[in-house]
Design a protein around this ligand. Sequence first.
Ligand SMILES: Nc1ncnc2c1ncn2[C@@H]1O[C@H](COP(=O)(O)OP(=O)(O)OP(=O)(O)O)[C@@H](O)[C@H]1O
Ligand SMILES: [Mg+2]
Length: 317
Amino acid sequence: MASNDYKAAYERQRQARMLAEELLENRSRELFEANQSLQYAYNKLKNQKQQIIHQEKLASIGQLSAGVAHEINNPMAYVKSNLTSLARFAKQLNEFHVALEQMLTANTGAEKHPLLGEFQTLKTSFDIDFLLEDITDIVDDCQDGVSRIEGIVKSLKEFSRPEEAKSEIFAVNHCLDTALRLASGSVKLMSVEVDSDKIFYVSGHQGSLAQVFLNLIVNASHATDGQGSLNISMREQKSLVNIRFKDNGCGISEDVRLKIFEPFFTTKPQGQGTGLGLSISHGIIKKHGGIISVDSEVGIGTEFLIQLPLADEPRDL
Ligand SMILES: Nc1ncnc2c1ncn2[C@@H]1O[C@H](COP(=O)(O)OP(=O)(O)OP(=O)(O)O)[C@@H](O)[C@H]1O
Ligand SMILES: [Mg+2]
């Protein structure tokens, strides 16, 4: 009897202990999970804070460049207009010179025009033939330079257009040209080939998309050390445009590939990369209803694929 009591008491104790252990285990699990989600939320907040700081920095750089672009535009307008006048004047001077020469060399019988000799001496001493030829080349070069400056200013304006800018329908091809133009001024550019069979229209922000393209071009330039090649192609696939950036650079290993879209992940030396390029690009493409993916092989190269929904062509109203 006493032995039975003892056994029952022991069993009760064992069950109570098991219950307590189970409770304790549940509690610790809950605590562990709560701690994990807190840690996750903390990391997320930390990343978001850094991203906001970076976005703000980009926004103020954007504002600054938009201001600079605007300031350059004004003097550029009169340089351009004066160059057009100069080109016209140079043409008229040339025509005047030809007419004068024709007048003096016109066949007037056996006699030469009395002023022809003096005209030719003066012409040689002032090097008029060379001047008239060179002035046209100089003006042409200046006009070419001005249109290049105009292109850069336009790219800067598009690039710096704030995020809140109204969504619009635009040609991706044109947006890529903007990014290439911006890249050519800042990075060691490998050979770049663009292959596109038509104009593709998408809806969104040109400036943001140019930022994505620029980042992919700069990354490819770093991966090929400016020596290799980058092929950019655009093709339609159902209601999407597939934009591929294929380089023959160093490639990305499997473990690195898993992290490249994470904010602040970089393999570049300190001070050279913030590791934000692809994470921001990923966000921008997502906002445009698209997808960005990567395929890479170490030592062979990397291909980024952007898929964006096509929009209807803009209509003139
Ligand atoms: N085309 C590429 N070829 C090889 N590696 C690449 C390529 N593009 C990206 N990477 C890898 O992905 C990493 C992250 O790229 P991401 O653009 O996000 O940052 P980053 O270029 O390092 O810095 P930044 O913020 O200046 O763009 C790079 O550090 C690099 O290791
Ligand atoms: Mg980058």
